[in-house]
Design a protein around this ligand. Structure first.
Ligand SMILES: Cc1cn([C@H]2C[C@H](O)[C@@H](COP(=O)(O)OP(=O)(O)OP(=O)(O)O)O2)c(=O)[nH]c1=O
Length: 621
């Protein structure tokens, strides 16, 4: 049985494993591959110093091993193999490449270097496709490498020597075999276990997918726009034509239209129960696969932000993966992959000279930029990501699970409990600031507010909206009223500008402390975070403080906003389910709330990005 369908592509071919390693043989035959073994005679003595990285050395050695066998077989019996597979495993520690020990002393030296530390195990693999034209061998080489981190425990001299005397280290890179006695030396590993044993089977299968199922052009285009690279998994590919190398995809780039949408079934063939004719495979579900991969794209972005990759690349000059890796203190191979994913997602530009930020990444992803969403992204990574792992129980029970984040104010976040440290608080304020900057301008300009000379933004956090109001209305004085823990952090987010003098910050709790007097009260993104009783309590306090003619401006995300497409309704709706206290309300419900609390003549205007603005005027009691 061939569990991974893409291996079936090799079943009809003459495949040769150019290796004497019993581990490689076992890994590949366990996977269902049929092959001959012809150990390579290539001497592993390339000049290591001439390679820019250890993995480049391993890949080149693997390539030479495979080519030597391909050439020898071709010359010897003119029975050219179809595919030759070569591999080379090395251990690297502190910049040093360790291969197989030459004697026991050498094994001791190697194991002492690894003792108590992390090291990398890297396997380079070469897949050589061969053909013979007029007696000449023609080869096409595909290569890749895989890196795994291994950590050794602190080991005594005695134990090391006992292990060396077992004889196990001698034919193994780094002087140990993780699959046998050497497993006892290992505290943990990060990455593919089989890669350490000598052959990265998972990556090999992915590489075969890349070779035998090349992505269609429209998939690549779409992937560049908004997803991770299409060849990321191999499990979903069927192999109806095992042994042939035609792509398994249908010709047309049909999306996730559901059964029957293809419209080009062959007349005459019998329909099956699922609506498809036997001779015709169903449309390739590209959009669905993209959706399945969506979380990986988010996590790649989160990780790149966490490593501050975009900070490293904020200068115009492109940089190489190896330099970036050392600046962010990460492995070269891991960093390179992440950089490539970011380039595919359109977050970075990649050229021969290296990687650099796109304009949009410079604007939004650099951590200290004026418009940075870095804190918001980190908030999503640390809190929302975990929160959404509880979605199933939230859906089953219909109860709130904890702490939602989308569109929330620092007010909500601070009262949710786990954000106790100053660092957490600062991140929340930064997250709220990043979002508020995006929505402040349309909110400030939704109505003509020039009749007011003073405003109070309740829960206004860093004053992003307050500044926009002050900028738009030159005689307006704005007070930002928020919790002391929020106000403590706002100075970090202030920029110079002529409106700065007309914005002041006041610390207080709008449920308990007296509210500043103002002609216009603003509640932007506040009410959705509270249940009805709290909303009524807050509006009552605002209404009591507002004199006749005073305004109340509400800005909220509503399901019936005119441009709701701007923010996926689904995500917002799920967020509401997961939010601890709040609830989503319709435009009509917000209008009723205003009227109930003495604000009449309610006007409504879109405020962009799925938000609506409502402006009510206090009627005389
Ligand atoms: C680190 C480690 C390596 N190894 C083995 C895998 C490889 O067989 C060997 C590294 O040497 P290689 O030179 O990669 O391979 P090889 O000499 O065994 O076989 P060939 O060159 O003919 O392909 O070390 C383990 O078996 N377990 C381990 O934990």
């Amino acid at each position: 049985m061939v569990l991974c369908p893409v291996l079936g592509k090799l079943l009809q071919k003459r495949v040769v494993l150019a290796s004497a390693s019993p581990r490689r043989r076992e890994i590949l035959s366990n996977a269902g591959l049929r092959f001959e073994v012809v150990p390579s005679r290539f001497k592993e003595k390339l000049d290591k110093a001439s390679f820019p990285t250890p993995y480049a050395y391993a890949v080149e050695t693997a390539r030479q091993k495979a080519l030597e066998v391909a050439n020898r077989m071709h010359q010897k019996d003119l029975r050219t193999p179809d595919v030759v597979i070569g591999a080379d495993t090395i251990v690297t520690v502190s910049g040093l490449i360790l291969e197989k020990p030459v004697d026991k002393q050498d094994a001791y030296r190697m194991l002492s270097r690894l003792n108590g530390k992390e090291h990398s195990v890297c396997t380079g693999v070469a897949i050589v496709h061969c053909s013979s034209k007029e007696g000449q061998l023609d080869t096409e080489v595909s290569e890749f490498y895989e890196e795994t981190t291994v950590k050794f425990s602190d080991l005594s001299e005695e134990l090391l020597w006992e292990y060396i005397h077992s004889g196990e280290p001698m034919d193994k890179a780094g002087g140990y075999g993780i699959q046998a006695l050497g497993g006892m030396l290992v505290e943990y590993i990060q990455g593919d276990f089989l890669n350490v044993v000598g052959f990265p089977l998972n990556h090999f299968c992915k590489k075969l997918v890349e070779l035998y199922y090349p992505p269609r052009r429209e998939d690549l285009r779409r992937a560049r726009q908004d997803s991770i690279p299409p060849v990321d998994s191999f499990e979903n590919l069927s192999d109806v034509e095992a042994g042939h190398s035609e792509p398994a995809h249908g010709e047309a780039g049909r999306g996730w239209d559901g059964p029957g949408a293809g419209g080009d079934q062959q007349a005459g063939s019998a329909p099956k129960a699922d609506g498809y004719r036997t001779a015709e495979p169903p449309p390739f579900p590209a959009d669905l696969l993209e959706l399945i991969d969506g979380f990986k794209a988010s996590k790649a972005l989160f990780t790149a932000c966490k490593l501050k990759l975009f900070d490293v690349l904020k200068d115009e000059v492109p940089q190489k993966a190896v330099d970036i890796a050392s600046k962010v203190d990460a492995s070269v191979c891991g960093t390179e992959r992440l950089l490539d994913v970011c380039a595919t997602l359109g977050l970075l530009e990649k050229s021969d000279r290296g990687y650099r930020n796109t304009e949009s990444s410079n604007l939004y992803l650099v951590s200290d930029g004026e418009h940075s969403l870095h804190d918001f992204i980190m908030y999503n990574d640390q809190h929302t990501w975990n929160l959404f792992t509880h979605l199933e129980s939230a859906v089953r029970e219909g109860t709130n699970q904890g702490h939602g984040a989308l569109g929330r104010k620092a007010q909500d976040l601070f009262q949710d409990g786990p954000l106790q440290s100053k660092e957490d608080q600062l991140r929340c304020v930064g997250a709220t600031h990043g979002l508020a900057k995006l929505t402040a301008r349309p909110a400030a300009t939704a109505f003509d507010l020039s009749r007011f000379s003073s405003a109070c933004d309740l829960g206004g956090c860093t004053g992003a909206l307050a500044r926009e109001l002050a900028r738009e209305y030159p005689r307006l004085q704005v007070t930002v009223f928020d919790l002391p823990d929020v106000i403590e952090h706002v100075s970090r987010f202030q920029r110079d500008g002529p409106e700065t003098a007309r914005v002041r910050f006041l610390a207080g709790d709008f449920f308990r402390d007296s509210l500043p007097r103002a002609e216009l009260y603003v509640l932007s993104g506040v009410l959705h975070g509270w249940p009805d009783d709290r909303v009524h309590a807050l509006l009552r306090r605002v209404s009591d403080g507002a004199g006749p003619g005073a305004g109340l401006l509400l800005v909220e995300a509503v399901p019936d906003a005119e441009d709701r497409e701007a923010r996926p309704g689904l995500a917002r709706c799920l967020d509401a389910l997961l939010r601890p206290r709040g609830r989503e309300r319709s435009l009509a419900q917000y209008r009723r709330l205003l009227e109930q609390h003495g604000f009449g003549d309610v006007q409504v205007a879109p405020a962009g990005h799925g938000l609506a603005a409502l402006l009510g005027t206090r009627v005389a009691p």
